[in-house]
Ligand binder design. Structure first.
Ligand code: PFF
Length: 440
C-alpha cells in the first residue's frame, strides 16, 4: 500500500500553495515569454487563454479527483479505480513524461542557479544588450559548469523528498509565492516606465488573427498543459494528499488563476523590456536570461533586486521540480511492490535524472527535443488518456466514479464537467493534433 493514504496536507491552503507551487515555475517565467515571443505575441496569448479556459478546469479537476478518490499516486490510481490493469499504461506514460521533463527542466533550473551566483558577485553590471546575449551563450555552453549547476537543484529536490514531502513543500510555498508576486509587480512597474515599453505592450496584447497558425495553436496547447502541470500525474499525487473536506473545484480554479496571473505578469515584464532595450522577442530559450539582468540594471537597489529575484526564481523552480520528482519516486516505490522504500526510490530517480541532465547539457538538441516532445505530444496524450479514462471507462455515477470524491460539486456543474471530459476535451486535443500535422 502507498504511504499516501495516511499523509495529507495539514491545511487546505497548504495544498493550494503546493499545487500552485507545482504549476508556477519556469514554465511561467522562462518558457511562456519565449514561446509567446516566437509565436507572434498577442496571437499566442489569446489562443493560450482559450486553451486555459477550455482545458484547465476539467483536466486539473480530473487529476485531483483521480488522486483523491484512489488515495494513490499516478502508479496505483488507474488500477485501483478501474479494478484491472487495462489502463495502467497511463501511469507509464506519466512516468516517462516526468523523466523527460526533469531532463531539461533541471538544466534550466541550473541556469537560474548560475545566474543567481553571478548576480551575487555583480557580473551583469554595465553589460549592454549584446554583451548580455554573449554572456548567456558563454555560460550555457560551459559544460562542466552547467553539469554542476544542474546537479545542485537535483540534490536539493531529492533532499526535500527524502525528509518529508508535506512539510517541505508547504513551508516553502506559503511564504515565498506571495514574495515572488510582489517582486514581479515591482518589476512590471519599473519596466512600464521605460521609453519604448508601449511597443512591447502592443506586441503582447494586440491580437492579430492572421498570425494564428496551426503551430501557434499547438504550441499554446502544449504551453497550457506544461504551465498548469497537467497530463503527467503530478496533480494526481497531490489529489491523494488532499484533506477529505477540500473542495476540488475551488482549489482547481485558484491554481489556474494564480498560474495565469504569473504568466501574464511575466509577459508584461519581459516584452516591454525586450522592445525598450532592442532585444529580439523571438530570441528563444535564452530570452529571459538576457532581458532580466538588463531590467535589474535599471532598477533602484539593482544588486538587491537581482539577487532576490533570481533566488525566488530558483525556489519557484524547485517547488515544480519537487512535484515532478515526486511522480517518479512514488511510481518507483509503488511499482516495486514495497521492495524499494522512499529513500531508495529517491536515490534511484535522482541518479537517472542526473544522467538525463548531463545528456541535455552535452547535447542541446536533446534539450529542445525533450522540451518540445513533452509539452506538445506527451502531456496532451496523457491528458487525452485521462479524460477518456474518467469520461468513458469509469462508471459515471457508480461507486467508482471519481466525482464521488468531491462532495461539494453541484449537480449542474457535475453534468457540465462530465460533458466536457467526454466530448469537448478529447475532441479539441485530437483536432489540434491533426491540424498541426496538416491532416485537417
Ligand atoms: N508547471 C511547471 C512550470 O510551469 O514550470 C512545470 C511542471 C511541473 C510541469 C510539474 C509538470 C509537472 F508535473
Amino acid at each position: 500500500m502507498s504511504e499516501h493514504k495516511t499523509t495529507t496536507f495539514s491545511s487546505k491552503i497548504g495544498l493550494i500553495m503546493a499545487a500552485a507551487g507545482s504549476a508556477v515555475g519556469l514554465g511561467n517565467i522562462w518558457k511562456f515569454p519565449y514561446i509567446a515571443g516566437e509565436n507572434g505575441g498577442g496571437a499566442f496569448l489569446i489562443v493560450y487563454l482559450i486553451c486555459v479556459a477550455l482545458f484547465g478546469l476539467p483536466l486539473i479537476m480530473t487529476e485531483f479527483l483521480i488522486g483523491k478518490r484512489s488515495g494513490k499516486s499516478a502508479y496505483g490510481a488507474f488500477q485501483t479505480l478501474n479494478g484491472n490493469k487495462r489502463w495502467n499504461w497511463i501511469s507509464w506514460l506519466c512516468m516517462l513524461t516526468a523523466f523527460l521533463i526533469m531532463g531539461f527542466y533541471f538544466v534550466v533550473t541550473g541556469w537560474c542557479f548560475s545566474y543567481l551566483s553571478e548576480a551575487v558577485v555583480h557580473v551583469f553590471s554595465g553589460l549592454d544588450t549584446e554583451a548580455l546575449s554573449a554572456h548567456f551563450v558563454e555560460v550555457s555552453s560551459n559544460m562542466p559548469r552547467m553539469v554542476v549547476f544542474s546537479i545542485i537543484p537535483v540534490v536539493l529536490t531529492a533532499a526535500v523528498l527524502w525528509f518529508d514531502v508535506n512539510k517541505g513543500i508547504e513551508r516553502l510555498s506559503k511564504i515565498l509565492m506571495p514574495l515572488l508576486l510582489m517582486m514581479m509587480l515591482m518589476m512590471a512597474g519599473r519596466v512600464l516606465m521605460l521609453d519604448g515599453s508601449n511597443i512591447g505592450m502592443q506586441f503582447f496584447f494586440r491580437f492579430d488573427f492572421l498570425k494564428i497558425t496551426p503551430t501557434v495553436v499547438m504550441e499554446a496547447m502544449g504551453q497550457c498543459f506544461f504551465s498548469l502541470s497537467i497530463g503527467m500525474g503530478a496533480l494526481i499525487t497531490y489529489g491523494a494528499y488532499m484533506p477529505k473536506t477540500q473542495n476540488v473545484t475551488a482549489t482547481s480554479i485558484q491554481v489556474i488563476v494564480l498560474d495565469t496571473m504569473v504568466a501574464l505578469m511575466a509577459g508584461v515584464i519581459v516584452f516591454p523590456a525586450v522592445f525598450a532595450f532592442g532585444f529580439n522577442p523571438a530570441e528563444g530559450p535564452q530570452l529571459v536570461f538576457v532581458v532580466l539582468p538588463a531590467i535589474f540594471e535599471q532598477m533602484s537597489f539593482s544588486w538587491f533586486s537581482s539577487v532576490l529575484f533570481f533566488a525566488l526564481l530558483c525556489i519557484a523552480a524547485l517547488t515544480s521540480t519537487i512535484s515532478l520528482m515526486e511522480v517518479a519516486v512514488a511510481f518507483v516505490s509503488e511499482a516495486s511492490g514495497g521492495k524499494l522504500n522512499r529513500h531508495k526510490s529517491v536515490l534511484i530517480v535522482s541518479g537517472v535524472v542526473v544522467v538525463l541532465c548531463v545528456l541535455c547539457v552535452l547535447q542541446p538538441r536533446l534539450f529542445d527535443y525533450f522540451d518540445e516532445a513533452t509539452a506538445c505530444v506527451l502531456m496532451p496524450l496523457g491528458a487525452l488518456s485521462m479524460s477518456l479514462f474518467v469520461g468513458w471507462a469509469l462508471p459515471k455515477n457508480g461507486e467508482k466514479g471519481v466525482i464521488h470524491a468531491d462532495k461539494g460539486i453541484k449537480r449542474w456543474f457535475r453534468k457540465i464537467y462530465i460533458f466536457m471530459l467526454r466530448w469537448i476535451v478529447p475532441a479539441a486535443i485530437i483536432v489540434i493534433f491533426l491540424n498541426s500535422l496538416g491532416l485537417i
